[in-house]
Design a protein around this ligand. Structure first.
Ligand code: G6P
Length: 506
């Protein structure tokens, strides 16, 4: 059924509410804390594409960012702050930050067992299906915790909207991020009906045939949760379409594909595609700071002017690091002319190590790296430099000097590394890019696209990328950079707020 036929009407009338309060909610916030040996808490920027995007926004002083305390350090900082509201000096300017001190057992189940082991796996299609998933009684308890966690966010947003919007004409706007908080839009809409709500998915969305793996009720609750929002945003058309297909298949929601509207239980949600890009000025400025220049010089020294294939990822199953290394090994086997003439810099920073799959995956990456070293290393040439630790300036330095960026995820919402590489590149880089990354929709024309499961094709693409002449590489790299900066975070965010502003007062 189409929306126009089902009597829900169109609630979008182009009214602007520029002056409303802005609330952001996400699991990971812009800052994280660690406690030093002297007991002192020190603050550090949060990681991941979602935080990178949002951190570049919201320095107008009138934004509140609600996030979860993730670690012991975070919990200590949240407890020290009145009402969880962090000291602006720790946050480093920008939005005010409220860190929620969620009871540890609730957080653990919500984050590890549901968000990262079920929803992340479904959307990235990561299950080894003969063995996993198997949803039993312990998942029911995990799901309860996930609900509680979402309720805590919704309650915090509702009370902030209440307090901060007092005396204002325009309604508060809440922009809720990612799969962790998929239930919060509906919960917030129920408790604070005046708030305009957007939800944004930074992940892919699973097609119905994979999504149906979730227990029926859970699958429906997730979809209905997001449809509690007035606007649901996705990184590319493919993920938005998959979401709408799931809404139709599992909720019987009515869809107006032409106008991008989904109607469910008398409420209409607009669906938007907002392909997050990079703030070129900001990242280039960061990449010209002293710590990056020092590392750049060290890397050039260590690799002695050889061609460089670079990858930068979290140690994340969906990033496909093992097959990337297999493809590099294949390259060295079938094109021996590269032996001694190329170095692969693989920088992976640790992620989600509470989950055994992630620890095992990291170990598999390290094992394969040793095998490559054993098979090919020669006196004076290390074929591969793998680092599993977090060094942001080193990642920037490597991206500056890369001849080839390798971005081959199994499935990825967007992948900002694919966009940052060409923007940072000193002399142009070729991009070997998975068809399954959201970024392929915008960068596909100038990248060398690969099927992430096809090692042979990836090895051939690496060879083609290394062999590209300087002029062609530069031309492609510049075109990639232009595409990558077309939707900088500020515009990406402003577009979502504008979508909310178009909603008429009901
Ligand atoms: C992806 C997700 C983000 C998440 C990030 C890092 O980009 O979309 O929501 O914050 O990964 O993952 P982590 O579990 O460390 O927050």
């Amino acid at each position: 059924m189409r929306l126009a036929d089902c009597g829900l009407g169109c609630p979008y009338m182009g009214q602007a509410h520029a002056d409303g309060q802005v609330l952001i909610a996400s699991n990971r916030g812009p800052v994280s804390f660690t406690r030093g040996d002297d007991g002192h808490l020190s603050a550090k920027r949060g990681g991941g594409g979602m935080v990178s995007g949002l951190s570049a926004i919201a320095d107008d002083g009138d934004t509140l960012w609600v996030c979860a305390a993730l670690s012991d350090g975070d919990r200590a900082a949240a407890r020290l702050a009145a009402d969880g509201l962090l000291d602006p000096a720790d946050v480093g300017g920008g939005a005010a930050v409220r860190m929620l001190d969620i009871p540890q057992h609730i957080f653990y189940r919500a984050y590890n067992a549901v968000a990262n082991s079920a929803l992340w796996f479904v959307h990235h299609m990561l299950y080894d299906t003969p063995n996993r998933p198997s949803f039993g009684p312990s998942f029911a308890r995990d799901w309860e915790a996930f609900r509680t966690y979402n309720e805590m966010f919704a309650a915090s947003l509702a009370s902030a909207a209440d307090a901060r919007s007092a005396g204002r004409d325009a309604p508060a706007r809440a922009v809720i991020q990612d799969y962790h908080l998929c239930l919060a839009p509906r919960l917030l809409a129920e408790s604070a009906p005046g708030v305009r709500i957007a939800h944004f998915s930074h992940t892919p969305w699973a097609p119905p045939d994979y999504y149906r793996m979730l227990p029926d009720e859970v699958g429906r609750e997730v979809l209905a949760g997001i449809l509690g929002a007035d606007h649901a945003g996705f990184l590319c058309r493919r993920w938005a379409d998959a979401f709408v297909d799931c809404c139709e298949a599992f909720l019987g929601a009515s869809v107006d594909a032409q106008r991008g509207l989904v109607g469910y239980r008398g409420h209409v949600t607009s669906i938007g595609v907002h392909p997050l890009g990079v703030d070129a000025g900001q990242i280039r400025e960061r990449a010209s700071e002293r710590d990056v220049l020092t590392r750049r010089a060290a890397l050039i020294d260590a690799t002695e002017g050889r061609k460089l294939i670079v990858r930068v990822d979290r140690t994340e199953l969906s990033k496909n690091i093992v097959r990337g290394l297999e493809a590099y090994r294949e390259l060295l086997r079938i094109y021996p002319q590269w032996r001694g003439n190329v170095v692969h810099l693989a920088f992976a920073y640790p992620s989600r190590h509470d989950l055994p799959e992630y620890r095992e995956y990291t170990a598999a990456v390290q094992r394969l790296a040793r095998q490559i070293e054993d098979e090919f290393a020669e006196p004076g040439w290390r074929p591969l430099i793998l680092e599993v630790n977090d060094d942001y300036p080193r990642s920037l330095a490597a991206s500056r000097i890369a001849d080839v960026m390798l971005v081959n995820p199994i499935r990825d919402g967007m992948n900002l590394v694919a966009k940052e590489g060409p923007i940072l590149s000193d002399r142009g880089c070729a991009l070997v890019l998975s068809t399954e990354a959201g970024a392929a929709a915008e960068l596909g024309a100038e990248a060398l696209l690969v099927n992430p499961f096809d090692i042979t094709q990836t090895a051939e693409a690496l060879h083609a990328a290394l062999s590209m002449d300087d002029g062609e590489r530069m031309r492609r790299s510049e075109a990639l950079a232009v595409a990558a900066m077309s939707m900088p975070p500020r515009r990406w965010f402003a577009d979502q707020l504008a979508a909310l502003d178009r909603i008429a007062v009901s």
